[in-house]
Design a protein around this ligand. Structure first.
Ligand code: NAD
Length: 549
């Protein structure tokens, strides 16, 4: 029968129940012996396929479809039928599949969630569940090791999608398994349905959630608190990842829980680590020191202040006083440079407010502040103009230019513009994918600073070491390892990140570094094994079928 680690229930299903259990089903790949032993005779056509043959069938079906949303639906259906085959397809073709199961397609899938809905995945905890959240969580049939949860208020750049934001935790957890081998049976996506202020959804007959405005204030906080407490009671040691909460809740909830439970916010901390890794890679090319950099951010939200906070911690680790490190990070928001004396600054921006004259526009800020790096995270397309990039090239031999806003239409500049307008000298990374670019005879291969380089490995490391917290030190370690995995050939072609095809190897190394950090700081829930990397690797899910008899 199924290996213990893959069993969904204490009594493993047989026959038709086995074919309908996505965690155990192998479809036409059940062998002759398995068909005899597991009551499957007659329930399957005669030919036994290998998983590779099944994968080829899935790929040719997908590649016949023109619409990414159709491919999303088909992949979802496969996920519901046969998880091993789904993850084999995703893991072996991560470059092709990630844009389908995650950004950009998942955004459209959330907007149309009600129309494409087939069967539920994960759990929906609603405002009506206050007072009974623990008993609702007990309806989940397995022991969750990781929960990704959203309240759907700020789904990607698409605003309030209510309960339909569920597409995001489902997609993120698929990436945990595909990129880092977190076992699918440990993954629990949660949509917190507190209502939606999106009136279009209230009027949509297919909308899946509560048709009411969002609960706020104490009622909201009490529901989140009850959920966090209940999750830790029902699933002891569970890692809770907050995802796509609006600014006003994201920072508050992170501050409230980060030192009390095993949790992190990927929009803030995962983004920070992937950007810091990009900076480390860029400095390998320019030969500069992190503590000597001057960063100018366009945008002052979750991504910007997350990156700034982790960069300050990394500069401090290199010996700079935190206050001096903060002086090296400058923010520009929709009202201009973040300076002291402005009375409109949200709490997360205040540590970066400078004693400086107000500056209204980004180009003037670049001219005045003379940054070594500009980091675009304002979701306003085209804001790294020709003048801005030429100015950066005048100030720096190797200007660092990160255009991280998504989707592509919001990117601050294209890869071609970044290289063209700096005479091929930009050290460039982007949030959205760009094709290779030929400038002045040289071919550049820009790579995406995608959070999926970081969060799967961090989560795996926290789970394997049974960490009680997720710390800044872990994210710094993750950034360092990611940058180390960029080889000289990558750097020579302008790539500041490794190829995505190496993601499982990279995630294992990140997980080992995160686990080492947990053991060293005394927050691991088990003794340090002799070989930390081997311990991590031994717990990574492999989607290739194992034998059941
Ligand atoms: P957010 O809403 O928290 O922050 C946006 C910030 O931009 C706010 O501070 C706002 O004041 C500022 N802003 C808006 N208009 C502006 C303007 N005209 N000029 C200057 N500033 C302006 O959003 P976020 O979570 O920080 O995400 C921002 C962008 O970064 C999004 O496009 C997101 O997709 C992208 N992002 C990319 C990655 C990645 O590449 N790995 C990770 C996270 C976020």
């Amino acid at each position: 029968m199924a290996p213990k680690s893959q069993r969904a229930t204490p009594d493993p299903p047989r026959g038709i129940a086995l074919l309908h259990d996505p965690l155990l089903n192998k479809g036409t790949a059940f062998t002759e012996d398995e068909r005899d032993a597991l009551g499957l005779r007659g329930l399957l056509p005669a030919h036994v396929h290998t998983q590779e043959e099944q994968m080829a069938r899935v790929l040719q079906q997908l590649r016949r479809m023109a619409d990414p949303l159709d491919k999303f639906v088909a992949l979802n259906a496969l996920h519901d039928r046969n998880e091993a085959l789904f993850f084999r397809v995703i893991s072996d073709h991560v470059d092709e599949m990630q844009p389908l199961i995650y950004t950009p397609t998942v955004g459209l899938a959330c907007q149309r969630f009600g129309q494409i809905f087939q069967r539920p995945r994960g759990m929906f905890i609603t405002a009506n569940d206050r007072g009974r959240v623990a008993s609702v969580l007990r309806n989940w049939p397995r022991k969750a090791g990781i929960i990704v949860m959203t309240d759907g208020e700020r789904i990607l750049g698409l605003g309030d999608q209510g309960a339909q934001g569920m597409g995001i935790p489902v997609g993120k957890l698929s990436l945990y398994t595909a990129c880092a081998g977190v076992h699918p049976s440990l993954c629990l996506p949660v949509a917190i349905d507190v209502g939606t202020n999106n009136e279009t959804l209230h009027a949509d007959p297919f909308y899946i959630g509560l048709r009411q405005r969002r609960i706020t204030g104490a009622a909201y906080d009490e529901l989140i608190d009850e959920l966090v407490t209940a999750a830790r009671e029902v699933f002891p040691g569970v890692l809770i990842q907050f995802e796509d909460f609006a600014n006003h809740n994201a920072f508050r909830l992170l501050t409230k829980y980060r030192d009390r439970i095993c949790t992190f916010n990927d929009d803030i901390q995962g983004t920070a680590a992937v950007a810091l890794a990009g900076l480390f890679s860029a400095l390998r090319v320019s030969g500069g020191k992190l503590a000597d950099q001057k960063l100018l951010f366009l945008g002052a939200g979750e991504a910007a202040t997350g990156i700034a906070d982790l960069t300050v911690a990394a500069m401090a680790a290199q010996g700079l006083a935190p206050a001096a490190a903060r002086e090296r990070c400058w923010l520009v928001d929709s009202r201009g440079l973040v300076v002291k004396g402005r009375n409109d600054l949200a709490e997360h921006k205040q540590p970066y407010a400078k004693n400086h004259e107000p500056i209204g526009d980004f180009h003037s800020a670049v001219r005045t502040i003379k940054p070594t790096a500009i980091i675009g995270v304002a979701a306003v397309g085209g804001t790294f103009t020709r003048e801005v990039l030429e100015e950066m090239a005048r100030i720096n031999t190797r200007p660092i230019v990160f255009a991280l806003s998504n989707p592509t239409s919001k990117s601050e500049c294209t890869a071609e513009q970044a290289y063209q307008w700096t005479g091929g000298r930009a050290l460039f990374a982007s949030g959205s994918p760009f094709d290779p670019v030929k400038v002045e005879g040289q071919t550049f291969v820009p790579r995406q600073g995608n959070n999926s380089y970081i969060f799967p490995g961090v989560g795996l490391g926290a789970i394997v070491s049974k960490a009680q917290r997720v710390t800044d030190d872990m994210f710094m370690a993750a950034a360092r390892i990611l940058a180390e995995r960029v080889d000289d050939a990558d750097l020579a072609q302008g790539s500041l990140y490794p190829a995505l095809s190496r993601i499982r190897e990279v995630s294992a190394a990140i997980a080992a570094a995160v686990a080492e950090s947990a053991y060293a700081s005394g927050i691991a829930g088990k003794p340090r094994p002799a070989d930390v990397l081997a311990d991590v690797q031994s717990q990574m899910y492999d989607p290739r079928y194992s034998s059941y008899v």
